[in-house]
Design a protein around this ligand. Structure first.
Ligand SMILES: NC(=O)c1ccc[n+]([C@@H]2O[C@H](COP(=O)([O-])OP(=O)(O)OC[C@H]3O[C@@H](n4cnc5c(N)ncnc54)[C@H](O)[C@@H]3O)[C@@H](O)[C@H]2O)c1
Length: 266
């Protein structure tokens, strides 16, 4: 029997990368899955691969997300797992960070998790459940150039701990903090700066970059009975990278050198 047999799960940002890998692994372990994404086509594509439910929803829209969560729970016959995984990145010196971009990054990465917790927890109170949020090593060991992203991800870890205190013992709440993982989020930057890949691998004790499945498997663990005595934690999944530094150490300087003027504010 699978580790998640009979569970009913929603995964935000499930249309790509880590969320898509989690959707696949959850179904392999016996769960029914609803794939939520602001990109409706990708959500539907992943849901079709898995015979799951899809929802086109923006996690920054609290009411829209709450409605979509309630619909998916009705469709699946309940909700026992909520994975608040949707996220976006950004890179710029603080001095020239556009305010609307700061706001957008914090809204998706931090408010989106808050909205997801508030939409799902009431549906789990009686039967119990598990919430997993996607934080980042950027929130544990930030680098220059990722101010709002790092602040939002540190906020996700703090929010996780606070929610675990409020929702225990019926609901466990944990975070995963991925290191550098090959996804649509990271590929464009890494492709334009190949030296970064070599630098990251050299600084990672396990000798390679992360794959989405590396993180998805830890999500499976946290959502399963194997983690029955784990709550309020942020589990770093980075091949040991933060023992040496972070995935984006030096990236701001590297991008500035490669693309002069890119961070100038007009
Ligand atoms: N890839 C990495 O190296 C890495 C490292 C640390 C943390 N993370 C985190 O992992 C999570 C997943 O990222 P990924 O690497 O798989 O990236 P990805 O771009 O492949 O997937 C993110 C998904 O989230 C969706 N999304 C974005 N904004 C949304 C919104 N407002 N509402 C609903 N969906 C939205 C996107 O459409 C996309 O499908 C993010 O929270 C990211 O910050 C990634």
């Amino acid at each position: 029997m699978g580790l998640l047999a009979g569970e009913t799960a929603i995964i935000t940002g499930g249309g790509s990368g880590i969320g898509r890998a989690a959707a696949h692994r959850f179904v392999e372990e016996g769960a029914a899955v609803a794939v939520f994404d602001v990109d409706g086509d990708s959500a539907r594509a992943v849901a079709d691969e898995l015979d799951g439910v899809a929802s086109e929803v923006d996690v920054t829209d609290a009411d829209g997300l709450a409605d979509a969560v309630a619909d998916a729970a009705r469709h699946m016959g309940g909700l026992s797992i909520m994975v608040n995984n949707a996220g976006i990145g950004g890179l710029s010196p603080l001095a020239s960070y556009p305010l609307d971009e700061w706001d957008r990054i914090v809204r998706v990465n931090l408010h989106g998790v808050f909205n997801g917790i508030r939409a799902s927890a009431p549906l789990m109170r009686e039967a119990g459940g598990v919430i997993v949020n996607t934080a980042s090593i950027s929130g544990v060991r930030p680098a220059a150039g990722e101010g709002p992203y790092a602040a939002a991800k540190a906020g996700v870890s703090a929010l996780t701990a606070s929610a675990a205190l409020e929702y225990g013992p019926r609901i466990r709440v944990n975070s995963v903090a991925p290191g550098s993982v090959r996804t649509a989020l990271t590929e464009p930057l890494l492709e334009s700066l190949p030296a970064q890949i070599e630098r990251q691998i050299a600084g990672t004790p396990l000798g390679r970059m992360g794959e989405p499945e590396d993180v998805a498997d830890v999500m499976v663990f946290l959502c399963s009975g194997l983690a029955r005595y784990v709550t309020g934690q942020t589990i770093v999944v980075d091949g040991g990278m933060i023992l040496h530094g972070s995935g984006v150490d030096g990236l701001l300087d590297a991008v500035s050198a490669e693309f002069p003027g890119v961070f100038d504010q007009s």
